[in-house]
Design a protein. Sequence first.
Lengths: 265, 304
Amino acid sequence: MLKILRVSKIFNPGSINEKVALQNISLHLQPGDVVNIIGSNGAGKTTVLNVVTGACPVNAGAILLKGQAIQSLPEHIRAAKMGRVFQDPLMGTAATMTIEENLALALRRGSRRRIRWGITTKDRALFRERLSLLGLELENRLKDKVGLLSGGQRQALTLLMATIATPQLLLLDEHTAALDPKTGEKVLKLTAKIIKAFQLTTLMVTHNLEQALQFGNRTVMMHEGRIILDLKGERRQRTSVKELLALFQQASGKTMDCDRLLLAK
Amino acid sequence: MTIAVWSGALEQGLLWAVMVLGVYLTFRVLDFPDLTIDGGFTLGAAVVTRFIIEGLNPLWGMIAAMFCGAAAGLVTGFLHTRLKIAPLLAGILTMIALYSINLRVMGSANLSLLRMETALTWIMNLGFNKACSAIILGAIAVIIVVIILYLFLNTEMGMAIRATGDNEQMIRTLGVNTDTMKIVGLSMGNALVALSGSMVAQYQGFADVGMGIGMIIMGLAAVIIGEALVGAKSLLRALIAVVIGSIIYRLVISVVLQIGLPTTDLKLFTAVIVTVALAFPVIKDSFRTKQMMRRVGNVEDTKG
C-alpha cells in the first residue's frame, strides 16, 4: 500500500543549523494496516508524515503509494489520495467558514475546483448523516461557523473531513494530544470507528505508549531519525508498556528522555 | 447638510464601491495586502479614456479596463506565487510598473474627456441629470458585481479561494493548489478595481496618472467602516457592508470638507482613520487591562 524506501530528510543542509530528521528509513504498510509511531521529541515522527504528504520534499529515497512513486509530486496533488489530521485543532478547519462549507471543501478533495455550486442538497444529506456519527449534535448546526466550535468538536470535524472523500491513506499527527483526556478518548474512539468502517490504512503519531500498543495492529518506534523497533502480531500483543520502555532503552542505548512518554503510562 | 452633500456621497460611494469590493476580495477574503490596486485603479481610468478618445464604445472600454486590471493582478500573483516575492513587495512592484504603463496608455499625465460620449452621457441622454446618472451607473455596476461575487464565492472555486485566505495549510491538504487560487483572486480583485477606475474617470471627466494613489487605504477605510456598522456575519451581509461602508466613507469625507478641511489633507485624514480603526482592538485591550489593574489596586488599597 505505502512503501517508504530508504528515505532521508535533512533540514538546512550545509548550514550550522543542519539537522538530520530522517536517516535512510524504510517502512512498508499493508492495506488495512494501522501503524502507531512513537518516539521522543525530535525523533522524526512528524517528519515521516510530512514527507508522505509532501509538506517537506525528501533529500533521498522513494515513496510509493499503491505502486506509484509520489515523492516528487506537489502536496496538493498527493492530497487527492490522503487525509490528514493535525495536532492543533485550529489547523484542520477554516474558522470563518461554516461547518457545511468546510465539509464541502473536504468532500471535493482531489477533484478540480470548478465554477459550479459548492454545496448541493445531496451533499447536505451526506453531511448530516456523517455528522450524526460523531454524536456531537453538529448535524443540526450545518450553517454555524467552525470558529464557534470547541477544540474537541473541531478535531472531530477535521477527522470527518479527512475521511469524507475516502482516502487511500489516513495520517494522524498526535491528533488527540491537544485535547483534554476525556475528549481525546472520545475522538480516538471515533477514529477507530471510522478506520474500521472505511478500512483505512493509517499512520498515526502518538505520545501515549499504552494507546500505541492497543490501537491498530503495529507499533513503530523511532529515535534520532531511524526506526528502531517495529512490533506487530503476537510479539506486539505480549509486549507491555514497561517492556516497550525497556526496549527503547536497549535499542537506543539511552534512557527515555521525554517526560510525556513516561507520564503517558 | 444639503441634499447635494448626500447625493455626492451616494454617487461617489457607489462608483468607488466596486473598487472597495475588489479590496475586500484581496485584503479580506484572500488575506493578501495587495498594493497593485493603486496602479490598477489608474489603469482602468487610462484604458477607458484612451478607448473613448479613440472614438470606441465606452462599454467596450470598461470591459477592456477590467481585463487589463485582471492582467495586473495576474502579474502580482505570479511575482508572489512563482517568484516567492512577499505580498506587499509584489504589489508595490506591479504598482510602480503600472505607473509607466499608465503614462504610456494615456500619452500624458492627464487626459480630458470633455464633451466626449461616455457611459455617463448615455444615461444623461435618457433625461437624467448628472448626479442621477452617476447613481444609476454606480448602482447597476454595484448590484451586478455584488450578485456575481456572492454567487462566485459560493462555488467550488470561490469556496477554495475563501479557504486559501482562511487556512492555507488546511486547504492544501484538501488538494487545492493555493497558488492558483491566489492568482485567480488577485485577478478578480484588480479587475473590479480597474472597472471602478474606468467609471470614476467618466464621472470626473478626466483620467489622471495620480488618481490611484492611496486607493488601497481608502478601500480599507470603507471596508472597516462597513464591517463595524453592518457586520460580516454572513457573506452577503459582508458584501453589502462593503458597499455601505464605501458610501459612508464618502459621506464622512464630504462632511469634513464642508467643515473646512483642505482637499489636500484628505489622504492624511484617511490614513488617520484607518490607523485608528486598525489600532482600536489594541487600544481597547490595553485600556481594559489598565482599568482592571486599577481595580485590583483599589481592592488592595481598601484592604490595607
